[in-house]
Design a binder for this molecule. Structure first.
Ligand code: GLC
Length: 492
């Protein structure tokens, strides 16, 4: 439980030169609170701050998307600008800079009219992916290279995250072989595929990129896996699943296996200041392990806010999630009628797949006062769901780490999860001595139904539920442990 690290023995290669200084450049397509589409943003917004005590320096770089409020975060322009070539075209950029509120970490923002000034991170407001996403992240990575070449930042280790920075480990070798790279996989589902024609747009020699591909397209994610000096993912459980070939196509699996000697898993931490029931800026009634009164007041607040029946006796199950199949919605939707009949209420928050949104909307119409659905991204409501729900529903088919179950534990909102990836690593079933939630397996309707029934049965036994909440709230998922593990990765 907690932050567990698995590292294969050959990870710390004896041939690696000892790094005397440790200046880290952290590359991420999203960084909370500036920009957020998913959990990557939360990690990029909190891990660097947690690493500051361990390293000589750490700086973050990310695109300056159009919707980022420059005034709110004091994001100022610098006199550093340049241009990079994409094919025949030379495209200019300007760097902006701010200090991250969490840990005073310097954050560089890449401004480009052509690629980032429009609103949206990866998609239009209608949820359509931008057609030029490949170019947008090629450009981003080339700017990172350009400023490294110009020595704008001090760097010993380049820490890349997900496919948006997956080409950098290969590209950096051509520039400065002394710079080491780490590639963190937050989700193996998203590859960032690009075509050979698009590859031709890169002005740098990338002949080292995989040419044995069985696909017509390249995968930015797999390039990161191939070329980084170390590769990690965001929980030991998910690392093991990838190494066992679960949910991995045969070709990718070959490349994962090739990289296994440098593969590890480190559970994400959470920002315990921002997700703190005693201080939460969006939680109307603060509460703690010692004084839970605020929790039921928040429940009332949540029910009112969502137009649900104001009865405090029956359990409220919260869900905050991208609306995608692999988060378990096909199972959840099947069970709604049955559990409403058992007296449960549901609050769903999230956006994504229009057909899932339509099913949730329909369920809310069918069960007024019992089911609420807010289609979108709403930070205050997310915090109110964590602070006012009794249980948190997260039956993902697979989950690299998952963060909402960690927020839920801290808020005494008991998670109901599938035993997969980070969910299995961070939630222990109530049937065990130190249970903190309800864990089922395999991913199927009957096991989920069983876990939800067990949760509601336990909820009705007051003292058992209180003890369960106490154990959940006592868990420590601060970054302290995991930051030390990242520090060890950097050292190795
Ligand atoms: C991705 C994964 C999620 C993980 C997050 C941060 O969003 O799907 O499981 O917690 O990245 O690493």
């Amino acid at each position: 439980m907690g932050a567990i690290l698995i590292i294969s023995p050959s990870c710390a290669t004896s041939s690696s030169p000892v790094i005397n200084s440790m200046n880290i450049f952290f590359v991420s397509a999203e960084v909370a609170p500036f920009s957020k589409a998913g959990g990557l943003a939360d990690v990029a917004g909190s891990l660097p701050g947690a690493l500051t005590p361990y390293v000589d320096s750490i700086e973050i770089i990310t695109p300056l998307y159009g919707q980022i409020d420059r005034n709110q975060y004091n994001i100022a322009s610098t006199d550093i600008s340049g241009e990079v070539s994409l094919g025949e075209e030379k495209i200019p950029y300007t760097l902006f800079k701010a200090v991250h509120p969490n840990g005073n970490v310097p954050v560089w923002f890449v401004e480009s009219d052509r690629f980032y000034s429009r609103p949206g991170i990866y998609t239009t407001t209608d949820g359509e992916g931008f057609e030029d996403n490949n170019l947008r992240y090629f450009f981003f990575q080339l700017v990172v290279l350009d400023i490294i070449q110009k020595q704008t930042v001090k760097i010993d280790i380049l820490h890349c995250n997900d496919h948006h920075s997956g080409l950098l480990p290969a590209l950096i070798k051509g520039i400065d072989p002394e710079i080491k790279s780490i590639f963190t996989i937050h989700n193996f589902l998203y590859h960032g595929h690009f075509s050979p024609e698009e590859l031709d747009l890169l002005p740098v020699s990338v002949s080292s990129l995989l040419n044995e591909t069985q696909w017509e397209n390249y995968s930015s994610l797999l390039e990161g896996v191939d070329h980084a000096d170390l590769v990690n993912t965001v929980s030991p459980g998910y690392a093991q699943e990838l190494l066992a070939g679960e949910n991995v196509d045969a070709h990718s699996y070959k490349r994962v296996l090739n990289a296994r000697a440098k593969f590890s898993g480190i559970v994400n931490g959470i920002d315990v200041e921002y997700w703190n029931p005693e201080l939460d800026q969006f939680t109307p009634h603060h509460f703690s392990q010692d004084d839970l009164q605020g929790k039921s007041k928040n429940k009332l607040e949540l029910l009112t806010r969502c137009g649900l029946d104001n009865d405090l006796e029956s359990p409220v199950l919260g869900s905050i999630s991208r609306l995608v199949e692999n988060k378990g919605f096909p199972l959840i939707v099947e069970l709604l009628d049955e559990f409403v009949a058992r007296g449960a209420k549901f609050v769903f928050l999230g956006s994504g797949d229009p057909s899932i949104a339509a099913q949730l909307r329909e369920a809310a119409l069918k069960h007024p006062g019992k089911i609420a659905f807010d289609d979108g991204f709403n930070e205050p409501l997310a915090h109110l769901i964590e602070s006012g729900s009794d249980m948190f529903l997260m039956p993902s088919r697979f989950e690299p780490c998952g963060l909402n179950q960690l927020y839920s534990l801290r808020y005494g909102t008991i998670p109901i999860v599938n035993r997969t990836g980070g969910l299995g690593d961070t939630v222990a079933d109530n049937g065990t001595s130190n249970g903190t939630g309800f864990v089922f397996e395999p991913y199927d309707l009957m096991p989920l139904r069983g876990a939800m029934n067990r949760a509601i049965d336990t909820y009705q036994i007051h003292h058992e539920w209180s003890e369960l909440m106490q154990r959940a709230m006592a868990m420590d998922f601060s970054w302290d442990q995991s930051a030390k593990h990242y520090f060890n990765l950097y050292k190795s």
